[in-house]
Structures are given as C-alpha cells and as structure tokens.
Write a protein that binds this ligand. Structure first.
Ligand SMILES: NC(=O)c1ccc[n+]([C@@H]2O[C@H](COP(=O)([O-])OP(=O)(O)OC[C@H]3O[C@@H](n4cnc5c(N)ncnc54)[C@H](O)[C@@H]3O)[C@@H](O)[C@H]2O)c1
Ligand SMILES: [Zn+2]
Length: 350
C-alpha cells in the first residue's frame, strides 16, 4: 500500500493499494461526524462495486443510499447534476455527511461538483476505479460538468476529504480504457520524471501499477500544491492537450482522450526536436513508450482543421496560448506563444 499526502486548501490522503476499498467505512467514519453516505456511481461500475462499497460503509455505521446514472461522458451534464442534487435533498444529506464518488473521471467530476454545491459544500470522498481517475481526475480538486458549448465549462475547485484507489478494481476496466489512461501516465513522466519514464520502459506498468499510480499521484500533488487554482504552473499538466483536445473535438469524440493526448505529445516533441530545441532522446523514448503501450503517434486530420478547433477552445485566454514544451527527458516548460507558432510547430512535427 502507498500513501500520498496532498497539502492543498485541504490536507488529505490518497491511499493506493490492493483491496483498500474494504477500509472505506472505517476511514470515512474516522474523518467525518455524520453517518449518512450517498454513493454516486455509473451503470457499469455500480453493478461491480456498489455492493461492496455499501457494505463497508454500513459496517462502519453509515446509512447508505446509491445514485446510479448511465455510464459515459454524455451524463456529465447539468441535467444529471440537478437530479443528483435533488437526490441529496430527498436523502436529507447534511454538511456532516458524505458523498462517495465511485467510478471513473465522469463520476468523480459529477459527484465532486454536486457535493461542492449542495448546502455550499458536503464532504466528498473519491473512490476512483479507472486508471485515468486514479492518476489524474480524483486528485487536485477540479470538478465539473459539460455544456453543449464545451467540456468542463461549469465547475469548482473543491478538494476531496480522501482518495481511495483500490487497484484491484482495474481488473474489470476494459483493456482499451486502461491503455488510453496510460497516455496520462506517460505524460507525467515527460513533464516531471525521468525516473518514471525509465520504470515504464524497463518494466510493465500494469504489473507495477501500485508504484506507477503512486508516482503519478505524487507528481500531480506537487504541481497542484504550486498552483491549486490553475493560474500558471498547473498548466504543465496540459502537455499534449492543446493539440489533443483539438483533435478530440475534430474527431467528434470518437477517438479516446488518451489517444488524442498521445498524438499531441508526439507531434509537439517531434517538432521541437526538429527545431533543435529538444534532445532527440525525448522523441526516441516517447515514441518507444507510445508503441509499447499501444498508443497512436499521428493523425490523418488536416492541420487547418486541428488549428481551427484549437482556436475555438472556450477556455483559451485571448490570442496568446501556452504551449508545454519538452526541454530534456522528464522536464517540460511553459512557453507563451501565438497561433502562428502553433501552426508552424504542427507542420514541423507531423
Ligand atoms: N477533474 C480533473 O482534474 C480531470 C482530469 C482529467 C480528466 N477528467 C475528466 O475525466 C473524465 C474521463 O475519465 P474516465 O476516462 O475515467 O471516464 P469514465 O468515467 O467515463 O470511465 C471510462 C469507462 O470505464 C468504465 N469504468 C470505470 N471504471 C471501471 C472499472 N473498474 N471496471 C469496469 N468499467 C469501469 C466507466 O463506466 C466508463 O464506461 C472526463 O470527463 C474528463 O473531463 C477530469
Ligand atoms: Zn487529459
């Protein structure tokens, strides 16, 4: 078992290990005064893990109810949010009680947002069950739902009270969902950790998942501690995402997020190597890792369409964009630039 302490506007633990789900009840009881819990989960994860989650909470004295919504990003919307808030009201949830987010990033974002809004804030415990949710979305306090106009446009920064990653839940995660999550794992290595890159290269990430997840959580923890509200340094986590998000939108979300991020990282790294601004080793290792973990490194989409989608990004700040550029192995930097430079790099890196 690995434990990581996050020191943000709330101090909380991230526990990573086999079978830690069975500790949820006792850990929650130690943290909270209330004894009512609402589990929020989706239609895939609920049938697999809701019963065990209910049991551990009941054994620790909680009265438990479960809210299940249809799995998928399409549910991460204001309609489901309102249904969930109404469910909280019917359960007479108080600020001493707890919301348990049991599932992937969609569940974590939706339940986290609902918990942060209801009564101006009910405690939330994240129990991530996808690789992406374990290494990324459950830690750091960003919560959100989508609008038809764009993803994650409505949300808050609200840190959880505890994050419990039971890595045995990954056994039921569809293989392709695990694989796309690996793009974010590789991203952490590229932005902050040569050691992680070496581990991913020399060993199998799935076999070493406890260690790999813990390393990613530590890296995210450090970035979040520097810039909790995403005004500067936290943007480093967007490596591969400027182009990745644009590709994702242009493909109408038919390509996995992780695949798009992998392509974004590959294009940017190749461009900077060709520009003489980054050592070739960065490209070599990234390409090796993408191949090893079955992730793509290029797209057929025309550059104009990718650039147009990047320009249309609702969360862009004015004409300037911040690019995340690999400098050396395990080290990226933030560079403020404009669209002309993005267009040049995109051509150079294809
Ligand atoms: N808050 C943040 O900081 C942050 C960061 C990155 C991504 N996100 C958000 O996370 C979401 C993507 O997360 P995701 O990839 O986990 O998506 P997801 O929650 O939709 O999960 C992917 C699929 O796997 C299934 N699943 C999850 N765990 C399972 C398990 N153990 N066994 C079987 N099936 C399982 C889900 O039902 C779903 O079908 C996006 O909405 C994204 O915006 C948020
Ligand atoms: Zn991402």
């Amino acid at each position: 078992m690995e434990q990581v302490l996050v020191r943000a506007s709330r101090v909380y633990e991230v526990i990573i290990g086999e079978g830690v789900l069975s500790e949820l009840g006792l850990r929650a009881a130690a943290l909270l005064r209330g004894r009512r819990a609402v589990i929020v989960t989706d239609s895939n994860v609920g049938p697999l893990y809701a019963r065990r989650t209910e049991e551990t909470l009941r054994d620790a004295g909680f009265a438990v109810t479960t809210f299940t919504f249809p799995a998928g990003e399409a549910s991460k919307n204001p309609g489901t949010l309102l249904e969930l808030l109404t469910f909280f009201a019917k359960q007479e949830l108080t600020r001493e009680d707890v919301v348990i987010a049991l599932g992937g990033g969609v569940t974590g974002d939706l339940a986290g947002l609902a918990a942060s809004l209801y009564l101006r804030g009910v405690p939330c415990i994240q129990v991530p069950t996808s690789l992406l949710a374990m290494v990324d979305s459950s830690v750091g306090g960003k919560t959100a739902v989508d609008l038809p106009e764009g993803k994650n446009l409505v949300g808050t920064f609200t840190q959880p009270y505890l994050v419990l990653c039971d890595i045995t839940t990954l056994d039921t995660l569809p293989k392709e969902v695990f694989e796309e999550g690996m793009a974010e794992v590789i991203k952490y290595g590229m932005i902050r950790s040569k050691e992680l890159l070496e581990l991913l290269l020399t060993d199998d990430a799935e076999r070493k998942r406890e260690r790999v997840i813990a390393q990613c959580v530590r890296l995210k923890r450090d970035v979040v501690a520097e810039d909790e509200q995403d005004f500067g340094e936290r943007q480093i986590l967007n490596f591969g995402h400027t182009l990745g998000h644009a590709i994702e939108r242009e493909m109408n979300y038919k390509l996995f997020h992780g695949d798009c991020v992998a392509i974004g990282m590959a294009i940017m790294t190749r461009a900077l190597v060709r520009d003489g601004r980054c050592p070739e080793s960065c490209e070599k290792i990234l390409e090796k890792l993408l191949k090893k973990y079955k992730l793509p490194n290029s797209t057929e989409l025309p550059s104009e369409r990718i650039l147009a989608a990047a320009r249309a990004d609702k969360k862009r700040r004015g004409e300037k964009i911040t690019l995340i550029e690999p400098k050396t192995l395990g080290n990226c930097v933030l560079v403020k630039t404009d669209f002309a430079e993005l267009a040049r790099l995109l051509e150079l890196g294809r």
